[in-house]
Write a protein that binds this ligand. Structure first.
Ligand SMILES: Nc1ncnc2c1ncn2[C@@H]1O[C@H](COP(=O)(O)OP(=O)(O)O)[C@@H](O)[C@H]1O
Ligand SMILES: C=C(OP(=O)(O)O)C(=O)O
Ligand SMILES: [K+]
Ligand SMILES: [Mg+2]
Length: 483
């Protein structure tokens, strides 16, 4: 569970309550608030991890370059009446002018012609462009609605999105500053907004790995048409994906979102990358203490499609019922997972694409596939895996086993990255070259935490090859009974 942190949940007490409720990742949306505010939240989370032994990862989400409203004359929302005439401009003006909307970018109207349709937030209101004066657009409202602050602007011609290479980079100067800040503060994930190709992802990954001694994972947000057209290569290049349905719904018709979501998740399963489903999962809970039935169905559907993680936005950032929203996610997803087990639905995941090329990698993959089969058939109570970079743990998670996967690692950044992987409980321990010592030590540890007990069976998978051994002979599956 990923929670966006905002003014409604940024106190130490509130963050701790979200952590107690099961938040795995705290997301900071760099579109909002100040550097100091973000710094304060990151420090608080690190303090909770340190003092109260939580394991909450920190994600920053870049602002990216997008055309949106910066001023529509009111602090909150503005009603737009049918046939009303509005001027869209990028020119700065003093005070407020009725029926005037300021866009954030001078080139917002480039390539736009009279007769085109201007769509607000993917359908909150629509206009027809009736006159172009320099870079300004005079528009008549054809579909009444509301303007929210920072409303997004898109254009359609004959009902089809006008694709425009507006020349803005995926990462702006501000984004690079935010990334620099994130690296300095030791964040675990950078979610990149408005990705258009795999190169930009590879570039950021390379940059980050050159700058930081700990590994920071780069997630690509799929939220525009370009990223959908290059889906496979973007998934391949990134460390994980976010289905950012908010902005995606601006670029593609809403009725396509469910199938597109299914496709994105499927590609992520095939390529073994963690995937987050985001935006409006429990939107009504921004205001109300219970979700709609439709929202619960949406959460369940994302779990049924094998998403790894679910994200809250306004529900936790600004809503008064953030903790309740987390527990709704928890309950709805547990119920769907239980049903999937009863129906043996994970068997549908057999025969996923082989990923490994070297013999060592193919063996690791086969071991994990077989191990999950064994774990389910034997009904063991837990799976233990020892992992340096988290690869074995992800290969197990990919098969959605019935028992929980305890992933032991001595690398803190691996532990934090594994937080995004379905069904994995990452644990930081000192691992030695002697597997028997590792097994004994971790069994004791998990027994002490009360997560396995006397008589339980544990499936133990090892891929840690001692430094002096070069063969693959140390990869093994064992079943241990807790004594
Ligand atoms: N750090 C923050 N400070 C203030 N408000 C925030 C913050 N993060 C999120 N919000 C609020 O929560 C809403 C939902 O968050 P999110 O979905 O991340 O942003 P957006 O709506 O801009 O895409 C935002 O519109 C904003 O009002
Ligand atoms: C998660 C999303 O991105 P942001 O909240 O940054 O717009 C989205 O568009 O759904
Ligand atoms: K963002
Ligand atoms: Mg977005």
């Amino acid at each position: 569970m990923v929670c966006t942190i905002g003014p409604a949940c940024c106190s130490m007490e509130d963050l701790e309550k979200l952590a107690m409720g099961g938040m795995n990742v705290a997301r900071l949306n760099m579109c909002h608030n100040t550097r100091e505010w973000h710094l304060d939240v990151i420090r608080k989370i690190k303090q909770l991890n340190h003092e109260k032994l939580f394991c909450i990862s920190v994600m920053i989400d870049t602002e990216g370059s997008q055309i949106h409203v910066v001023d529509h004359g009111e602090p909150n929302s503005v009603k737009v009446e049918e046939d009303s005439i509005w001027l869209f401009t990028a020119i700065k003006f003093e005070g407020s002018r009725p029926f005037t909307v300021k866009a954030n970018y001078a080139g917002f109207s480039e390539g736009i012609e009279v007769g085109d349709e201007l769509v607000i937030d993917g359908g909150m209101a629509s206009f027809e462009v009736i006159e172009k004066v320099g870079n300004d657009l005079r528009c008549k409202c054809t579909d009444p609605g509301v303007f929210l602050p920072r409303a997004k602007l898109s254009f359609r011609r004959n009902g089809i999105l006008v694709e425009r290479n507006h020349g803005l980079p995926t990462l702006s100067k501000k984004d690079w500053d935010d990334i620099e800040f994130g690296i300095a503060e030791g964040v675990d994930f950078i979610a990149m907004s408005f990705v258009c190709d795999a190169d930009s992802v590879r570039h950021l990954k390379k940059y980050v790995s050159g700058k930081s001694s700990r590994s920071i994972k780069v997630l690509a947000k799929i939220e525009n048409l370009e990223s959908l057209q290059k889906l496979e290569e973007i998934v391949e290049a990134s460390d994980g994906i976010m289905v950012a349905r908010g902005d995606l719904g601006v670029d593609i018709p809403l009725e396509q979102i469910p199938t597109v979501q299914e496709i994105i998740i499927h590609v992520c399963r095939q390529l073994n990358k963690p995937v987050i489903v985001a935006s409006q999962l429990l939107e009504s809970m921004v205001e109300y203490p219970t979700p709609t039935r439709a929202e619960v169905a949406d959460v369940s559907e994302a779990v049924r499609q094998y998403a790894d993680a679910l994200m809250l936005s306004g529900e936790s950032a600004i809503g008064p019922f953030g903790q309740k929203a987390v527990s709704v996610l928890q309950m709805a997803s547990s119920r769907m997972e239980l049903w999937s087990r009863e129906e043996n639905r994970q068997s549908a995941l057999c025969g996923q694409r082989q990923l490994g090329e070297s013999l060592h990698d193919r063996i690791a993959e086969q071991i994990c596939n077989c191990a999950v089969d064994m774990a389910n058939n034997l009904g063991v109570d837990a799976i233990f895996v020892y992992t340096k970079h988290g690869h074995m743990a992800s290969l197990l998670s990919r098969n959605r086993p019935n028992p929980p996967i305890f992933a032991f690692t001595n690398d803190d950044s691996t532990r934090m990255a594994l937080n995004l992987q379905w069904g994995v409980i990452p644990v930081l321990v000192n691992l030695s070259d002697d597997m028997e010592t590792n097994i004994a030590k971790t069994i004791d540890l998990i027994k002490m935490k009360g997560m396995v007990k006397y008589g339980d069976a544990v499936l133990v998978i090892s891929d840690l090859t001692p430094a002096h051994v070069t063969s693959t002979a140390f990869q093994s599956i064992q079943v241990r009974t807790i004594v």
